[in-house]
Design a protein around this ligand. Structure first.
Ligand code: FAD
Length: 398
């Protein structure tokens, strides 16, 4: 119940690209704003429908309708080193993905904690929080905006999570479940780990405390939140995570007849050089891998492009059993899919990896960056200029 999709009803008429062409158009429109203007204005929170200082590409990046590499390349070409702030934020996504790959038990523990809350009953104050009835004006407005649009500005996400944890004293796990259920860009790594970061559980001794005066300034006086906590009482840690190895999947064999399985983890595989000429016999997608209307719309777009690129029929099926049945009918030797990082799709594929010859394509972006993501963000950040081969970024202060 806690983690089931919200349905994302209003989102499809809203403002978040859910096809590759819409994502490319958004990137083109946002490019002029991704340099100095982004660095200066990205933290200004102007309210529902007014988030023009940020790209609103997250729903597309999360599903790789457009890739991080494409976005970084375009932004660097237009702005060079002046895009450092935007590139740095883009790499926060990479950092969280790579970190969770190396600490997968955090994902399992979070889901188990949510199940426990459902069993024991939700805490007092939970309903008022998710319905936006706490009396804290900014928090209530953000709860409504999230439910109506599926999006919150990054700065609002930080205040929302902080007020949830330190002022309302609600469990961070339930807050993460609420946003995961409603975000159009809901991502197992960025969502879970950002909540933990705000709570003070990611970087020891460092919690994020929302501040009333800063909220008045950043929202241009729209809000005047009262009664915010003035100390951050860091919650008790329930997840024990050891640094582990990044999973090495079976790589696709480019010479084998293949079934291409598209999931919301990677929806532009036809743009990857090593897969362009793959011997694809059929493109398939699984409804069980989609959490709501936003996923369904994005995957439908991916299926259409895949079908056109490889010149084969596309097919929706219900679940992985049906995927295996199609693979057998087509007589293919492998099921090729985009790498599934820690999250619901990886959980679904796990049971089938052994027998079904599932081959996962890993993008160079992840292969190169993830090894630097096991510790703090700044351990990754110092490698960004080299990862992007950008001398322009190197000349700027961190
Ligand atoms: C509590 C909390 C929960 C979050 N949950 C999610 C989530 O489920 N999915 C998600 O994609 N992001 C999440 N974020 C990160 C961030 O808020 C969003 O990526 C960002 O607001 C998306 O808007 P944008 O595309 O306009 O970002 P822009 O500012 O235009 O940034 C460009 C891209 O960089 C990446 N990015 C930017 N900031 C961050 C960040 N702090 N962390 C990770 N990636 C970032 C995103 O892919 C984004 O699309 C969360 C942040 C917090 C504080």
């Amino acid at each position: 119940m806690l983690l089931s999709p919200s349905g994302h009803g209003p989102i499809l008429s809203f403002d978040f690209p859910l096809s590759r062409s819409a994502a490319l158009a958004r990137l083109a429109a946002f490019l002029p704003h991704a340099g100095e203007a982004y660095a200066r204005h990205r933290n200004e929170e102007r309210g529902q429908g007014q988030h023009h200082a940020v790209s609103r590409l997250s729903a597309a990046l999360r599903r790789r309708l457009i890739s991080e590499a494409e976005v970084a390349d375009a932004v660097l070409r237009m702005h060079g080193g002046l895009a450092a702030k935007f590139i740095g934020e883009l790499y926060w996504r990479t950092y969280w993905k790579g970190w969770l790959e190396q600490h997968p038990s955090i994902w399992e523990d979070w889901r188990a904690a949510c199940d426990r809350w459902v069993e024991q009953g939700l805490p007092e104050g939970y309903s008022a929080a998710v319905e936006g009835r706490t009396g804290i004006d900014a928090f209530d407005a953000w709860a409504r905006e999230l439910r109506e649009t599926g999006y919150l500005h990054n700065w609002a996400r930080m205040q929302f999570a902080s007020i949830w944890i330190f002022t309302l004293r609600l469990p961070w796990e339930l807050g993460a479940a609420f946003t995961f259920r409603h975000f159009v860009d809901a991502d197992p790594a960025s969502n879970t780990l950002s909540w933990r970061w705000v709570a003070g559980l990611h970087t020891s001794g460092k919690a994020y405390l929302a501040d009333a005066e800063r909220t008045r300034v950043q929202t241009d006086g729209r809000f005047d939140p009262r009664g915010l906590a003035v100390t951050a009482d860091v919650p008790r840690e329930t997840c024990k995570a050891e640094l582990g190895r990044i999973r090495t999947p079976t790589a696709p064999d480019p010479h084998l007849p293949s079934l291409l399985l598209l999931t919301p983890e990677d929806l532009s595989l036809e743009t990857e050089a090593t897969l362009k000429a793959l011997d694809v016999r059929r493109v398939v997608a699984c409804r069980a891998h989609c959490s709501g209307a936003a996923d369904l719309a994005a995957v439908a777009d991916g299926l259409q492009r895949g079908s056109t690129h490889w010149g084969v029929r596309a097919l929706w099926v219900d679940d992985m059993e049906a995927v295996l049945a199609v693979a057998q009918d087509e007589g293919v030797a492998q099921i090729v899919t985009g790498y599934a990082p820690v999250g619901p799709v990886a959980d679904s594929l796990a049971a089938y990896r052994e027998g079904a010859r599932i081959a996962e394509h890993r993008r160079a972006w992840d292969v190169e960056a993830w090894p630097y993501c096991g510790k703090g963000y700044f351990a990754l950040a110092q490698h960004i200029p080299a990862l992007l081969g950008s001398a322009a970024l190197e000349s700027l202060p961190a």
